[in-house]
Design a protein around this ligand. Structure first.
Ligand SMILES: Nc1nc2c(c(=O)[nH]1)N[C@H]1C(S)=C(S)[C@@H](COP(=O)(O)OP(=O)(O)OC[C@H]3O[C@@H](n4cnc5c(=O)[nH]c(N)nc54)[C@H](O)[C@@H]3O)O[C@H]1N2
Ligand SMILES: Nc1nc2c(c(=O)[nH]1)N[C@H]1C(S)=C(S)[C@@H](COP(=O)(O)OP(=O)(O)OC[C@H]3O[C@@H](n4cnc5c(=O)[nH]c(N)nc54)[C@H](O)[C@@H]3O)O[C@H]1N2
Ligand code: SF4
Ligand SMILES: [Mo]
Length: 881
């Protein structure tokens, strides 16, 4: 623990990635699961256990930068304050906007929200949570009267029927997935609702490969069926709910029978009725949902269609029985608590909550707060593009990659007179558009709190010195506030001061109406804040069990009753057309985090999927004359995505899946968001990120190449296709081109100088060149007509660690044939670097179970994130043999 004289080697902190919010024992050289943390009880996934590998100074923004020049803090703060002051004076407060993030700590978020809404008085404060959780927030508010998550993690273990709707928890919430798996027992059933078969489906007794976007139909149909089969809790409905009759009527006209549901959702009728029967039979049911539900033009309705079924069966806030929104970002919940969304004000009060504006203004000591809701992310960037926003301050998010129609977002950023970006990295796609860049302290360098998916508040603690001139976000905002003349409102010495104020506001004039109340933490001393144990909210003065909400059937509405919401069946706003016939589904991969600014620093993590890819059904591959392992292009109305084709029957026909992670630093054309439209849910404003439209075609390459260059060498070449992978000593660039190359002339640019070793076979389209420095390998380029004729990357990378290249290696570098060495194949287990080829060979040798493979190769024996993949290899290799 911090604060003691004998500073131990590790510090208890919280993982900065997903909303599971695992406790981590961290030191600069190792990260391990915290056995005392209630979220993970010692477990970590592969990203959490590789955290220390991402703590390099590579790529960090070390100093403020003002209009293209390195600067000092006093100058940067003065410039930010000047831009804001002038814009407010000339164009009014609404010309200033903030775009925040669920990756800020609660204390950072609180001060940003207070400065904007309470002092600058602009309502235009939105956050990347708009792209993430806003549909779930809106659904909670409609049903429960507040943004309230009734369940806790234990419910996932207690449930006898676990429904995972639009969630790939095995990859996106791995530690929760492990808890679900470990709690399996005879009779427990799992249903996965997802258009594609994912690693999560490994746990499923029933997988509903639903037609994208049709979840409202499925759950409307469930409500009708429950009513027909006497599966409702009439008493609970009568005592605690409103709106049932209208809701049932709407459901009946939308989804009258299981047959209609099967047709609309494109599911086998037996699967639909099995799901419905299980749901009716099992009172202990949890429906956990994530982005397959939220990121939809019907996201809020999907959420409410799920909650309707839970209310109608009385399964809310009971052990093992609840709807459960799995939040994405580490502090998505904290941001919602401080009121970071454009339609909220502060501390779970909205602009239209009775008395809220006046109450918050009095509490903050300001004469008035912003007048009403501000613009939501997509509208906000429209306003930036129109020129209505003159100053835009972006913190801890990378909208040039993560918002839909990135071409337009980038145009908007280029047009905005003053773009301020607070980030840890100096060269993100968004930072490239910044006029003022502010270096933010990163994970491990700052103190504060985050709230996870089960309302548990945990401390992030510092265990590293600040990098360069980087400062915590709260400090940066506070300095700007003071420069604007708001000293009195921003008199904070440290995050503990801010946390206490936030806690006080949650209880301020709160007569039990606002469920978000942590006033029990308002008087923590600095030491108590330092040693704060994970706590679920509410935390009021009185001792009460806060594991679950609504246990007494009382909700946060004015009359205390929950609302069922009538839902018309909804389909994606923009179905495929002849011009754009392919449906593009986008999402996460196991080992990367968002726009790769952190996870791509770990070569271990990037090895699992080293290049952008497109997952396609084998019959579509045939129909479109694509080649598995070759490149293909997806083209939408907004741009292109080039990636390697992965053939998989797990994909529905006519639909493809692409990862969201690649950005301009790691590939030439790999933005998933170039394929999605700015179509939003009408209630929440959340973009339909799971449903783009595109054409799909083979990408004809004339040549394929592999370039390995020692790290940090300037790049003086370009290629039609390229993807970068960071390795221990060098960068690996996978490249391809569509026009012929004169390699002898071009090669010095590629290798950073003249090569000593060259081999060219023009007839075969083959070229090999290497540059040495003091006998050591500096750069090597391999070009061939077919990608599989290239030498193995593992072998090439290993040549970089040789202090002096021996004769055999030199000959190998020039050899015409691929040098395979001990190629492990595509990486499966990141912890022990075990590839699919090794696993396949072991299975063929007769090592025929997950446990035996673990004993033989160690794969899957640490974090367990790769177990679903190992299991599917066991099935496919065994079937093939
Ligand atoms: N490894 C990793 N983990 C992460 C993150 C990360 O970047 N990397 N990010 C975190 C964040 S911020 C978030 S929000 C969460 C997201 O966590 P998830 O929501 O679990 O992850 P996604 O891959 O975005 O999408 C989940 C699934 O929705 C399915 N889907 C698409 N359309 C539909 C549909 O119409 N209906 C249904 N039922 N399903 C559909 C997709 O096929 C996909 O498998 O992950 C968090 N965890
Ligand atoms: N097509 C499609 N689009 C999507 C999604 C999808 O599934 N499909 N998912 C959406 C979802 S759910 C999300 S959450 C978003 C995520 O999208 P983003 O929020 O844009 O992605 P990140 O890479 O997490 O960006 C975080 C940035 O903050 C920086 N950073 C890290 N720590 C700190 C800090 O402490 N302070 C500051 N100031 N900066 C810091 C990082 O370097 C990085 O540049 O993407 C959304 N976009
Ligand atoms: S499950 Fe989420 S919070 Fe836990 S270690 Fe993995 S990424 Fe971090
Ligand atoms: Mo998210």
């Amino acid at each position: 623990m911090t604060g003691t004289n004998n500073r131990p080697a590790t510090v208890q902190t919280t993982c900065p990635y997903c909303g599971v919010g695992c406790g981590v024992n961290a030191s600069p050289s190792a990260t391990q699961g915290d056995e005392t943390h209630p979220a993970n009880l010692g477990r970590l996934c592969v990203k959490g256990s590789a955290l220390h590998e991402t703590l390099t100074q590579d790529g960090r923004l070390l100093k403020p930068n003002v209009f293209g020049r390195e600067s000092t803090w006093p100058r940067a703060v003065t410039e930010v304050a000047r831009a804001i002051r002038e814009s407010v004076a000339v164009h009014g407060p609404g010309s200033v906007a903030f775009y925040l993030s669920g990756q800020l700590l609660t204390e950072d978020y609180y001060v940003a929200n207070k400065l904007a809404k309470g002092f600058i008085r602009t309502p235009h404060v939105d956050t990347n949570s708009r792209l993430c959780m806003s549909s779930a927030v809106a659904a909670h508010k409609r049903a429960f009267g507040g943004d309230l998550v009734p369940a806790c993690y234990e419910d996932l273990e207690l449930a006898n029927l676990l429904v995972l709707a639009g969630s790939n928890a095995a990859w996106a919430h791995p530690v929760l997935y492990q808890r679900m798996k470990a709690s399996g027992r005879p009779g427990r059933r799992v249903v996965v609702i997802d258009p594609r078969k994912t690693a999560t489906s490994d746990l499923a007794d029933l997988h509903l490969a639903i037609r994208p976007g049709t979840d409202t139909v499925l759950f409307n149909g469930l409500l009708v069926w429950l009513a027909d089969q006497e599966g409702l809790d009439r008493r609970y409905l009568a005592e605690h709910c409103e709106g049932f009759e209208n809701t049932l009527r709407a459901a009946k006209s939308a989804a009258p029978s299981p047959e209609a549901v099967a047709r609309l959702c494109d599911l086998p009728i037996e699967s639909v009725t099995t799901f419905y029967r299980w749901f009716r039979e099992e009172p202990r049911t949890v429906t956990a949902f994530s982005q397959g539900i939220n990121q939809s033009s019907a996201g809020t309705d999907k959420g409410n269609a799920i909650i309707n079924c839970h209310l109608a069966t009385g399964r809310v806030g009971k052990p093992g029985a609840s709807p459960f929104s799995l939040t994405g970002q580490p502090n998505a919940m904290g941001g919602r608590e401080v009121g970071g969304l454009a339609n909220s004000l502060a501390a779970h009060m909205d602009y239209d909550s009775p008395g809220a504006r006046d109450r918050v203004a009095r509490f903050w000591g300001t004469d008035a707060v912003a007048e009403g809701p501000g613009m939501k992310a997509v509208d906000l960037f429209d306003a930036v593009e129109r020129g209505d926003i003159k100053v835009l301050w972006i913190m801890a998010t990378n909208p040039a990659v993560s918002l839909p129609e990135t071409d337009r977002i980038r145009r908007a950023l280029a047009r905005c007179p003053t773009v301020i970006v607070s980030d840890c990295d100096k060269d993100t796609d968004t930072a490239r558009h910044a006029d003022i860049l502010l270096p933010a302290a990163g994970w491990g360098e700052k103190d504060g709190t985050v709230t996870n998916s089960e309302r548990c508040i945990s401390r992030q603690r510092r265990f590293l010195p600040l990098t360069g001139e980087a400062r915590p976000d709260w400090w940066i905002i506070k300095e700007v506030a003071r420069a604007l003349g708001y000293e009195a409102g921003f008199d904070y010495e440290g995050p503990a001061d801010i946390f206490r104020e936030h806690a006080r506001l949650s209880g301020f004039e709160n007569s039990g109406q606002r469920f978000f109340d942590i006033s029990g933490l308002a008087e923590l001393s600095d030491d108590q804040y330092d040693t704060l144990e994970p706590r679920q909210w509410p935390v009021t003065g009185s001792a009460s069990d806060s594991r679950r909400l609504f246990t007494d059937g009382r909700f946060a509405t004015s009359d205390g009753r929950a609302r069922l919401i009538p839902i018309a069946s909804r389909l994606p706003a923009r179905p495929p057309t002849d011009a754009f016939p392919v449906i593009v589904n986008t999402g996460r991969i196991r080992d990367q985090w968002h726009t790769m600014t952190r996870t791509a620093r770990s070569s271990r993590l990037l090895a699992h999927r080293p290049e952008p890819f497109i997952e396609v059904h084998p019959e579509d591959i045939q129909a479109l004359s694509l080649t598995p392992g070759a490149l293909a292009t997806l083209s939408s109305a907004h741009g292109h995505f080039v990636g390697r084709v992965r053939a998989t029957p797990d994909q529905r026909r006519g639909e493809v899946f692409v990862p969201i992670h690649w950005n301009d630093q790691f590939t030439g054309q790999g933005l998933a968001t170039a394929l999605t439209d700015s179509v939003v849910d009408p209630v929440s404003g959340q973009p339909e990120a799971k449903h783009g439209r595109a054409t799909l075609a083979h990408w004809p390459a004339r040549w394929h190449g592999r370039l390995l260059v020692r790290r940090d060498r300037p790049k003086r070449w370009t290629a039609d296709y390229w993807a970068r992978q960071t390795l221990a000593d060098c960068d690996n660039w996978t490249v391809a081109g569509q026009s012929p190359m004169d390699w002898k002339t071009a090669v010095p640019d590629w290798l950073g100088g003249q090569p000593q070793l060259v081999m060219e076979d023009v007839r075969e389209g083959r070229f090999r060149a290497a540059r040495l420095y003091n006998g050591q390998l500096e750069a090597v380029l391999m070009v061939d007509r077919e990608p599989d004729a290239l030498p193995s990357m593992d072998w090439l990378a290993s040549c970089f660690s040789q202090p002096e290249l021996d004769e055999t290696t030199r000959r190998g570098l020039l050899a015409a044939r691929a040098v395979d060495g001990d190629d492990a194949g595509n990486l499966v287990c990141s912890c022990f670097q075990v590839g699919d080829r090794q696993i396949q060979q072991a299975i063929e040798r007769g090592v025929n179970s997950v446990d035996a493979l673990g004993r033989d190769l160690q794969c899957g024996t640490n974090c367990g994130s790769c177990l679903p993949e190992i299991r599917s290899l066991l099935v496919s290799v065994t079937e093939a043999v």
